[in-house]
Design a protein around this ligand. Structure first.
Ligand code: UDP
Length: 406
């Protein structure tokens, strides 16, 4: 069945787009001395070496058309595992489950990579795709390519920081972000770790104090698809979407493994407690130093809260009061708080305790997590997303224009 679909799809695409494109690009490459094709070797089924080619033009849908010739030949399949280039990987690095199948023109790795949520190893994402493989799941991957291609950005010039609307943040992978946290704990460096999304950047326009705090933070991580789009609009390439919700399980694993103790401060009464009981089941040897809700008098009771946190000897403190209350509280009390790592995490505890549900994986792959939040809390979120997203994009465009003018 799959082979039949592959043949049908390859003939249709080659006749409709491949041939006309080959003629036009052939003429252009002859006239302007450009490469007609760029070819590389990848591992095919059972680790056989397979040559695949692209048109030597800028990376677009059209440049991938020669892949449909390999599809017709049967070297690759329409939806399969990702491409492993022979000059980048050795056979031994690839699990048998992956090499027993053909690589696919469409694959989950591409989707996650361009939506910037490729927080796991390429092989793990392939294995995830292969679990429960079926035609329905394959079709979903093809559909996800549409937004993923829009998010795709130039991979050749990636810098360590990205600046949007005058706020500079770390351009790092999730693993690198965890490395910063690990260094902070190991070296007992007192640091402030924040996340920003388009709503946060919008808030900096009306809240100069918050803007200054973000600019003085030790680490600021990019959260959400909006920051990816903003980066792309301004010619900057984001490495990964380093959001708190995806980071949290990885952070807990790291803390458990390294014996770092965690304190959870914030959310409504009962929420942190519920989250802690879930954590105790999932991370049985995680050191939980303590927890408390975030509904205390920020003026009158802060001293006793700080004292309680410090007494536990916690090394990683997560503060969940929402933006920008948590950033201001952390900034004002950072010197008196003992944990080396203090991080503002917004609504994280609500998600992890099950108080608010997180968007399903397929919607996250499409970059639509915010739509799910909007549906869950329309009264509170419409301003943030329906108004906030276009305002953010408009501001980014205006900001970029001003920068270009110098
Ligand atoms: N919150 C808190 N103390 C306060 C105000 C809010 O602990 O004084 C909590 C609130 O219960 C919620 C979180 O802060 O759990 C804010 O969540 P939201 O999703 O609004 O975070 P944001 O999107 O602003 O990061």
């Amino acid at each position: 069945m799959r082979r039949f679909i592959d043949i049908l799809a390859s003939i249709a695409v080659l006749l409709l787009f491949g041939l006309p494109c080959a003629v036009i690009w052939g003429a252009v490459s002859l006239l302007f001395g450009r490469n007609f094709l760029t070819c590389r070797k990848i591992f095919g089924k059972d680790c056989s070496e397979v040559k695949v080619c692209w048109f030597g033009m800028r990376n677009t849908f059209f440049s991938s058309l020669p892949l449909f010739f390999s599809l017709l030949k049967g070297d690759i399949t329409l939806v399969g595992t990702s491409f492993y280039f022979c000059d980048e990987y050795s056979q031994g690095q690839l699990p048998k489950e992956i090499t027993s199948l053909k690589p696919g023109i469409f694959n989950l790795w591409y989707v996650k990579k361009h939506t910037k949520i490729h927080h796991a190893e390429k092989t793990d994402i392939d294995l995830l795709q292969l679990s429960g493989r079926g035609l329905k799941k394959d079709l979903a991957i093809i559909i996800k390519y549409i937004p993923a291609s829009l998010y795709k950005s130039d991979e050749t010039s990636i810098k360590d920081t990205v600046t949007l609307l005058d706020v500079t943040f770390n351009n790092c992978t999730m693993n690198e972000a965890l490395g910063f946290i690990q260094n902070g704990v190991e070296n007992s460096n007192k640091g402030m770790y924040f996340f920003i999304n388009p709503d946060c950047l919008n808030k900096t326009f009306t809240d100069k104090y918050y803007f200054d705090i973000l600019r003085s933070a030790d680490y600021v991580f990019p959260d959400g698809v909006g920051i990816n789009i903003g980066s792309k609009m301004t010619g900057q390439t984001l490495k990964q979407n380093v959001n708190g919700t995806d980071m949290f399980p990885l952070l807990c694993s790291m803390c458990q493994q390294r014996g770092y103790s965690m304190y959870f401060l914030g959310a409504k009464p009962g929420i942190a407690a519920r989250m802690v009981s879930i954590l105790r089941e999932e991370y049985t040897s995680l050191k939980i130093a303590g927890y408390r809700d975030g509904y205390f008098q920020k003026d009158g009771e802060t001293e006793s809260v700080i004292e309680a946190v410090n007494k536990t000897g916690a090394q990683v403190l997560l503060v969940a009061f929402g933006v920008p209350v948590q950033e201001k509280w952390i900034y004002e009390n950072r010197s008196r708080l003992s944990p080396p790592v203090v991080m503002g995490v917004g609504g994280l505890f609500d998600f992890y305790s099950g108080n608010i549900r997180r968007a399903p994986g397929w919607l996250r792959d499409l970059g639509g997590e915010w739509i799910y939040r909007l549906i869950q809390e329309p009264g509170r979120m419409w301003r943030r997303y329906i108004l906030g997203n276009p305002v953010f994009l408009h501001r980014v465009r205006k900001w970029k224009k001003q920068l270009d003018k110098g």
